[in-house]
Every structure is written in C-alpha cells, then in structure tokens.
Design a protein around this ligand. Structure first.
Ligand SMILES: Cc1ncc(COP(=O)(O)O)c(C=O)c1O
Length: 419
C-alpha cells in the first residue's frame, strides 16, 4: 500500500515526500466528525437504508420490518403498474439490456423515439429530448443555452442540478430570493437589455413542497426579454388540467420556453427530459454535452417510461386521490402540533421542520421503528439551514395508510419530544 505521505514527482516518476501537502479528504473532516458523533449514539444511519424487498409503491421491507414508504417521490405509483412492467420486459427481451452508446451514435433505438413522441403528446409540444437523468437534463440544457455573455437568473433555493448546470456553463449567474416576484423583477431590471437571459424556475420546490408564483414570474421574465425554463419534476402527472404541471395550472405553459422533467418521480423509472416549442430546439442534440457524451437509457427503461407517460395522460381519479391524501396528511400533522414547510398543502410534498439535526435524526429513526420511511434532509440541501423530514405521498396510499402514518408520527413525535 502507498504511504499517504508520499506523492509522485513529475520529473523523476519516483515517490518523494511532500510532508505539508494536505490530504484531499481534509475538507470533509467536519462532516466526518458530525456523522461519527451521530452514529456513536447508536442511531441507524439515515443515509444508508437498505430496502430488502419492495412489495408495492407504498410498502417495503426495511430491517426485516414491513414499512410504509412516505419518501419516494413515486407520486403516481407507476413502478408496479402491470402495463409498465410488461412493456419493460418485452423491450428487454427484444432489444437487450442496454444500448452501450450515446444518443448521437448507436444509442437511439425505436424506444427512445417512442418515448420522445409520448412526451410531445403529453405536453402538447413539438420538441422533446430524453436524457439519461433529470439531473443531466438540467445540467445540459442550462449550460448549453446560456453562453459566455448571457445571464441565468435563478431562485436561490433551486435544485442542485440547476446550480450544477450553471457551474458547467459560462454564463453570469444572478440569484433572487426564493419565490419573490419583486426580487426577480429587480434583478432583471438591472441586467443589460441586449444580453441573453434565461430565467430558471421550479413548479414545486422539493424541500418545502411550495409552488412558485409562475403566473407573475413568467410575465415579468417575458417583459424583460428573458427565456423561461421551468423544472416540473415534482408536479408532472397530477398538477394542472392535463397533469403538465404548475405552469399549466397557473395558465402560463404557452409562455414557458423549456420544461424540464424527470422519469424518476411520477413516471416511476429513471431518466430526464426537456420539451420545448422552440423552432431550433433540435440543434441541442448536437451541442449539449451531457446529452452527447454519455450512454443512452436502456431499452427497457424507455419502454417503461413511454408506457407510463401515456397512461398518465388520462386522469383515472388518481390525481384527486393523491391531492386529497396530501391535504389529509398536512391537516393531520398540523393538528398534532408539527411545524410544516407550508401553511396550506401546495403539492404532494409535506415537509416537517425539525428543531435540529440531532432531533431530526432521532425522529427519523423513531418513525422507522414505527414502520414508516420518510426522507431526512439537512443543510446544505435544505433552505435556511433547516433539518426536514420530507414526506411525499403516492396515489397508491390508501386513506387507512394515511391514518396509520399520522398515528406513527404522533407516537414518534411524543417519544422524541418534538411535539
Ligand atoms: C427539481 C428537481 N430537478 C431535477 C431532479 C433530478 O432528477 P433525476 O432524479 O432524474 O436526476 C430532481 C431530483 O431530485 C429534482 O428534485
């Protein structure tokens, strides 16, 4: 084994001692210490849970115990849909396990085209590009569209993939206060009128589950000559008349230039996409590095995605059931005395605010013992340094399960002392 104090010199190619060179892991020491302190209390690692068996979109076996899933973003419960599964199996048999290639080389199969057709039909838009993840869709579209002399104007609470898209590109980045229409306008006013501008918004912000005032924000962006991109990862399939998201619900979808989405939530598989009516949209396939320089999704994945998207186009009552369950859970948690991320339920995400990381982690574990899985979220992913227990409902949760969830929150909350 190499001595960690040794490094190779460029000229001799032999190890020499560089005693003062830091271990590149030193910067993670505060996190390593914080994690060690938490785990030394005997706490189950909240970021290392293994699901030994998944029985349905709402139930899994974790640590040998039957557990209700309330932190999966599997909003429409499509992961076990029989048609979706059959489509995946057929594609696996007919096209093999993977494409082994980029979309622009050997990685575009009939299934990728069909998946993009399904997205065009779902959103009623002319252009659709499927990426290998939603993360890569944001990375690719933002970094490619906004060039050196352009500006990206984004909400300060934007998802990491939006920030990383800015990081990969060369544009100037201007952030504004979360969901603050006036702050957005102020920033836009200060920018040179002749500069290219991309305003990046999210329909639902996933940490607190709040929706954006897109109606006002899109109008202001357009008035300042900006193009608008909306990430609808957490609204697809159940918000808006056709399930197209918050931009549709607020009547501004026709003024949005790009919608970004993911297959890893309502669609129930993995992958990402961008849809647009821009007449030159197709050129992005040749210049967008996170689209070009990576392998495309396996045939089974695009087949499951296309089938799922087409099924999500018709409302079978699942949308209303999901939103009704969200209202029930929100109201129930509020009356138990928990502090929530929004006053009223605005989406299928309900964030329970914890006083600190220690009690958040203890509460997460107490819920797991009760038989409930939620997401523990902490800084830097969360706004204002909050520790959150993020709950996301699924259209397959029954009313009885919501009742059980509330009883588990009550028992765990009392035991940990947060209510
Ligand atoms: C708002 C938002 N955008 C993009 C993504 C990335 O999606 P994917 O899981 O497909 O990479 C996520 C995932 O958490 C998200 O919450």
């Amino acid at each position: 084994m190499t001595d960690p104090g040794l490094a190779m010199t460029a000229d001799a190619g032999r190890p020499s001692v560089r005693g003062s060179a830091p271990d590149l892991f030193d910067k993670f020491q505060p996190l390593i210490d914080q994690r060690a302190a938490l785990l030394s209390t005997g706490l189950t690692d909240p970021f290392n849970l293994v699901m030994e068996k998944v029985e349905s979109p709402t139930v899994a076996i974790c640590n040998g115990k039957r557990t209700i899933l309330l932190g999966t973003y599997n909003y429409m419960g499509m992961t076990f849909d029989p048609d979706v599964i059959a489509a995946g199996k057929q594609a696996l048999d007919e096209f093999g396990s993977g494409t082994t290639g980029s979309r622009v080389l050997n990685g575009t199969y009939q299934g990728h085209r069909e998946c993009e057709d399904a997205l065009r039909d779902f959103y009623g838009m002319n252009g659709a590009m499927v990426f290998s993840t939603g993360y890569q869709a944001n990375l690719g579209i933002i970094s490619t569209l906004a060039g050196k002399d352009d500006y990206v104007i984004l909400d300060i609470d934007s998802h990491a993939s939006i920030y990383d898209g800015c990081g990969l590109g060369n544009a100037q980045i201007v952030a504004f206060r979360h969901n603050d229409v006036e702050a957005l306008e102020k920033r836009l006013k200060r920018l040179p009128a002749e500069a290219g501008k991309l305003v990046v918004l999210e329909g639902v912000y996933s940490m607190l589950g709040d929706t954006a005032p897109l109606k006002e924000m899109v109008a202001i962006s357009k008035a300042h000559g900006a193009m608008v991109l909306v990430d609808e990862a957490h609204s697809m399939g159940f918000i808006g008349e056709h399930g197209r998201g918050v931009a549709e619900a607020q009547g501004v979808i026709d003024h949005v230039d790009f919608i970004i989405g993911t297959f890893s939530k309502s669609v129930g598989t993995v992958g990402g996409f961008c849809v647009s009516n821009h007449p030159k949209f197709e050129i992005l396939r040749l210049v967008c590095r996170p689209y070009v320089f990576t392998a495309s999704l396996p045939p089974s994945v695009v087949a499951t995605a296309a089938t799922s998207i087409r099924k999500l186009m018709s409302d079978t009552g699942k949308r209303e059931h999901l939103l009704a369950n969200s209202r029930r859970l929100h109201g129930g948690l509020k009356s138990l005395g928990f502090q929530l991320g929004t006053e009223e339920p605005q989406s299928a995400i309900i964030a329970v605010i914890m006083p600190d990381l220690e009690r958040g982690a203890a509460m997460w574990e107490a819920l797991l013992h009760e038989g409930l899985y939620v997401n523990l979220a902490r800084p830097p992913a969360t706004p204002q340094g909050m520790t959150l227990l993020r709950c996301s409902l699924c259209a397959e949760h029954s009313e009885a399960q919501v009742g059980d969830i509330l009883a588990m929150f009550e028992a765990a909350g009392k035991r940990v002392g947060v209510i």
